[in-house]
Design a binder for this molecule. Structure first.
Ligand code: DAT
Ligand code: MG
Length: 147
């Protein structure tokens, strides 16, 4: 079983895509184990994007993600990280295929609707950064067997 951190960015929230995105993950069969709607503090934004600190677009990234509320979530499934990444579509809009979230809703490299962890290490780091243990449901314990 695997968990991944997913965040609907300010453009996705403002465009009213929270419901559609949650539906896509539910329909695919991932289980929601945590969620919160928040305006991101700048320290959290900088920590979240720490791997991009030296990139020329780092400032824009932090400004964008802190500009208005985001919807942060943790989803669980076998291979949740790669499944969520394929549902999101590629970073470069030229490569994000129709049928994916980015491919269906955007053509902007920066305002690309959704963030998803890209590896097991990133997922563990991001989940711990955005959620406390008791904000996350133990799905199997509360619902029963994982379906
Ligand atoms: P992803 O969000 O697909 O994991 P990433 O981690 O490489 O992509 O980059 C984080 C975000 O930074 C990405 O969602 C959009 C923005 N970004 C990436 N490359 C960029 C670039 N060359 N110019 C401007 N923004 C960029
Ligand atoms: Mg990334």
């Amino acid at each position: 079983m695997e968990r991944t951190f997913i965040m609907i960015k300010p453009d996705g929230v403002q465009r009213g895509l929270i419901g559609d995105i949650i539906s896509r993950f539910e329909n695919r069969g991932l289980k929601l184990v945590g969620a919160k709607f928040l305006q991101v503090p700048s320290q959290l934004a900088e920590d979240h994007y720490a791997e991009h600190r030296e990139r020329p677009f780092f400032g824009e990234l932090v400004t964008f993600i802190t500009s208005s509320p985001v919807f942060a979530m943790v989803w669980e499934a076998p291979n949740a990280i790669s499944i969520a990444r394929s549902m999101m579509g590629k970073t470069n809009p030229v490569d994000s295929l129709p049928g994916t979230i980015r491919g269906d809703y955007g053509i902007s490299l920066g305002m690309n609707i959704i963030h998803g962890s890209d590896s097991a290490e990133s997922a563990a780091r991001e989940i711990a950064m955005w959620f406390t243990q008791n904000e996350l449901t133990m799905y199997e314990q509360t619902i029963g067997k994982w379906i």
